[in-house]
Each structure stands twice: as C-alpha cells, then as structure tokens.
Ligand binder design. Structure first.
Ligand code: BTN
Length: 254
C-alpha cells in the first residue's frame, strides 16, 4: 500500500489471508500506544462479528474487512460517540469516490438507498496506561454474490451497485478510510462529538421518522429527533424525550 505509506508513514498495516475476526485479534492483542495506528485487514474472516453478538458475513474478493486501533488519552470525550465518528468517517471517505445517497443509521451503519453497505463494530480496550484504545472494525460489501443480490430483500447492498460497477481497489479504499478516520478521531479527541454532530445529522437516515429501539430488555418507539452532544440518540416519545446510548440496542424503522 505504497501510496498510503507516503501519505501517512505512521500506519502499520498487516494484510493477512485469513483471520477469525480482525476485531477479535486486535482486542485480544491490542498494540500499545507507540504513536502509530495499527491496522489488520483480512482476505477472509472465519468468524466475523457484528454488533449485538451477530455474525458478519463477507466474501473473498467481495468484501473489504479490517480493524484499526486508535489510542485516546484519559479524559477524551465519551467513548460512545466514537461509533458515530467511525460511521461518519467511512461515509465521508466513500463520498469522495462518488458514492451518492449515503446515509447513516444510528449508531453506525452506512446505508445507500436505505440498504446496508457497511457494518462497523467499535470495541473499547481499557487498561492502557495512558487512556483507552478503540478497536474500530469495518466491513464493506464490495460485490455481493449474485444469490445474495437476488435476495435483495435482506436490505443489503454493495459498492458495485452504488458505483455502477466501477469499484475502487481495496488498498485505495483502505487508504481513504484510514485518512478520514485519522482526521475525525483527531477532531473528536480535541472537540468531542459537538464538532462532528452537524455532519452526522445531515446524513441521518431516520431524521424525524418513526423508529423502534430494541435492546435485550427494552423496546421503545418514538420519532428520531437527532443525536445529542455525546452521540446519544434522542427519541421523542409519548412520555417525553428519551436519550439512548449506543451500547446494546438497535434501531429499526417503524
Ligand atoms: C454490524 O453491522 O453489526 C457490524 C459489522 C462489523 C464487521 C467488521 S468486518 C471487520 C471487523 N471484524 C469483525 O469481526 N467485525 C468487523
């Protein structure tokens, strides 16, 4: 990935044939803060993970799957906001390749025309001397196999469709996303989520629409009224405004 190296010599990139899950690998063995950004990309994951214990399916040559580690000093703004930062970074990077109609689904799915193009899993690794490390895992559908495409009811889409077949190379995508993540993580570390909130809300797929939030023990319905300064979702319900933290909940349109 020569062009990435020239742009950002402090990225350390491992691109392996196979891995259980790039998130698991970096969570189990999180590189210490040496001032560089460690990245693990895999051609194949035997057990890719999604949010809320779900599985993440990817296809050799048809997906880009990687995780990167970002260190934040103690006292950094609420880590919950990082999920939104990651989604925004991916959306902004993809926009540069000409993808139109990108939207964000709280906390961190990237959609095109209401269908999922990218899944993101942010996990926090604590216990570091100087603060916390966030492992940001990103899976992008580049070319879904034809049978998956035919079952398009599943609500997934791919970059081939979004760009009319003209899919950028995986190293080019990786480089663009890492550069954007670096820019937004720096903004987040210094200014917190408020500095990125407008950009996020402009792409909110469900702004002012009815949604249901469900967790293991809760289900709430209301109107999606945006996000607050910590990246929590604001839900306008019959009984007033509720503030929802990303944790273990998911959002569905009603
Ligand atoms: C979701 O949509 O629930 C999140 C999916 C995240 C998938 C990526 S692929 C790279 C990284 N490794 C994993 O096991 N998961 C993330």
């Amino acid at each position: 990935i020569a062009h990435l190296g020239a742009q950002a010599p402090h990225f350390v990139i491992d691109w392996v044939e196979e891995c259980v899950s790039t998130n698991t690998a970096l969570m189990e063995n999180t590189p210490a803060d040496d001032g560089r950004v460690h990245v693990l990309a895999a051609e194949r994951q035997s057990a890719g993970r999604g949010r809320r214990g779900r599985q993440w399916q990817s296809w050799p040559d048809g997906s880009l799957t990687f995780s990167s580690v970002w260190h934040f000093a103690r006292g950094t703004p609420a880590p919950a906001g990082l999920s939104l930062v990651a989604g925004l970074a991916v959306a902004q990077a993809l926009e540069r390749f000409g993808v139109v109609g990108l939207q964000l689904k709280w906390p961190n799915d990237v959609l095109v025309n209401g269908e999922k193009l990218v899944g993101i899993l942010v996990e926090l690794s604590t216990g570091h001397a100087r603060g916390l490390a966030a492992v940001i895992g990103i899976g992008i559908n580049l070319r879904l196999p034809p049978d998956v495409r035919i079952e398009a009811q599943t609500g997934v889409t791919d970059l081939a469709r979004a760009l009319d077949g003209d899919v950028p190379s995986r190293p080019a995508l990786l480089a663009a996303i890492l550069a954007e993540l670096e820019r937004l993580c720096a903004t987040y570390a210094s200014g917190g989520f408020p500095a990125l909130k407008d950009a996020w809300e402009q792409r909110n797929a469900f702004a002012e629409l009815p949604v249901r939030i469900s967790g293991d023990h809760t289900a709430l319905e209301g109107i999606c009224a945006g996000v607050d300064d910590d990246g929590a979702l604001l839900l306008r319900t019959d009984t007033g405004m509720q503030r929802i933290l990303a944790g273990d909940v998911s959002l569905r349109p009603l």
